[in-house]
Design a protein around this ligand. Structure first.
Ligand SMILES: Nc1ncnc2c1ncn2[C@@H]1O[C@H](COP(=O)(O)OP(=O)(O)O)[C@@H](O)[C@H]1O
Ligand SMILES: [Mg+2]
Length: 298
């Protein structure tokens, strides 16, 4: 037994193919790239990597296809120290993939494919392992998986964190009451509660079920959060950093927040810890380790 808590991250993993280009001309065009890399992206996958960097153990639960993009994703996550025994390669499925063009100013043009033929049936998930975990962290890209795992987590008393990222309204409305911590992005909260102010959206999430925390991350404006019994939402300000690449800041925030729950931090401390991790990701374009986060906190 390790005393590093386990966080199970369930949802999306994407093969991100990143090309550095001088510029993006009008079509038809053939664009030379002066750099290329392939890596694992996707909300839950980025969260899992963050959990390991920050000193926890992470398992990734999700699906890829048995195409050429599936195998390197499993390898990439494993190389980061993530347990991929719950990552299924679905026969005939197509792996989610992104093409990211980065110009010299760091501006990004992203083409993304959400995958296909991956199936929705969650019955193969190793739900018996949930009781080993200190937290479950989900994104909304596989709602059936979230529903099954969140129900098992609730039964086992394991806290569930949802990354309420941009999705169809009906998916978010279905998932929020199943989780303990509904932590939205700005567009995700607008999808969940169209036409509402952030505060109204958070109140709606809390009222929807036994939700213990509703929050919205607002980039450099920090995070606004509300728990039952609080009269007004509280704001945890962002750490001031020179942002170079904010892609993945929210994913890292969610991984860090779920780890904080697994470690038993109180809400105030967890919001600060996750904000520090998100800020460093935005500053460096890379996921920080625990020492870097502690240094920013102190
Ligand atoms: N430019 C930034 N400066 C400082 N902190 C940031 C910055 N961008 C993101 N963060 C931190 O990361 C959290 C999540 O980022 P956000 O941009 O809200 O999520 P997402 O990437 O999902 O849109 C923020 O609440 C904040 O704490
Ligand atoms: Mg996000």
């Amino acid at each position: 037994m390790s005393d590093r808590p386990l966080v199970i991250c369930l949802g999306n993993v994407v093969a991100d193919h990143t090309f550095r280009v001088e510029d993006i001309p009008q079509p038809p065009a053939k664009i030379p790239a002066r750099g290329y890399s392939i890596g694992a992206g996707g909300m839950a996958a980025n969260a899992a990597i963050a959990v390991v960097r920050l000193g926890g153990r992470a398992a990734f639960w999700g699906r890829v296809g048995d195409d050429l993009n599936g195998a390197p994703l499993a390898e990439a996550l494993e190389a980061e120290g993530v347990d991929v025994s719950g990552l299924r390669r679905v026969p005939g499925g197509r792996t989610p993939v992104g093409a990211v063009l980065v110009d010299p100013r760091g501006e990004r043009t992203i083409i993304s494919f959400r995958g296909s033929g991956l199936g929705t049936d969650p019955s193969w998930l190793p739900l018996g392992r949930i009781r080993e975990a200190g937290a479950l962290c989900c994104d909304p890209r596989w709602p059936e998986g979230v529903a099954a795992a969140a129900a098992a987590a609730r039964e086992a008393g394991v806290p569930v964190v949802l990354d309420g990222e941009r999705s169809e309204t009906r998916i978010l409305v279905d998932l929020v009451p199943r989780v303990d911590h509904a932590v939205f992005s700005v567009p995700g909260l607008a999808n969940y509660a169209p036409g509402c102010s952030p505060e109204e959206g958070l109140r709606r999430a809390l009222a929807s079920g036994p939700v213990k925390v509703a929050a919205v991350t607002q980039g450099e404006k920090g995070v606004l959060w509300l728990a039952p019994g609080m009269e007004k939402p509280r704001r945890t300000p962002a750490f001031p950093v020179e942002a170079t690449n904010t892609t993945g800041a929210g994913d890292v925030f969610h991984g860090a927040y779920a780890l904080a729950m697994a470690e038993g931090m109180d809400l105030e401390a967890a919001m600060r810890f996750a904000s520090a991790a998100g800020a460093l990701r935005a500053r460096d374009g890379a996921t920080p380790d625990r020492a870097m986060v502690e240094a920013l906190l102190h």
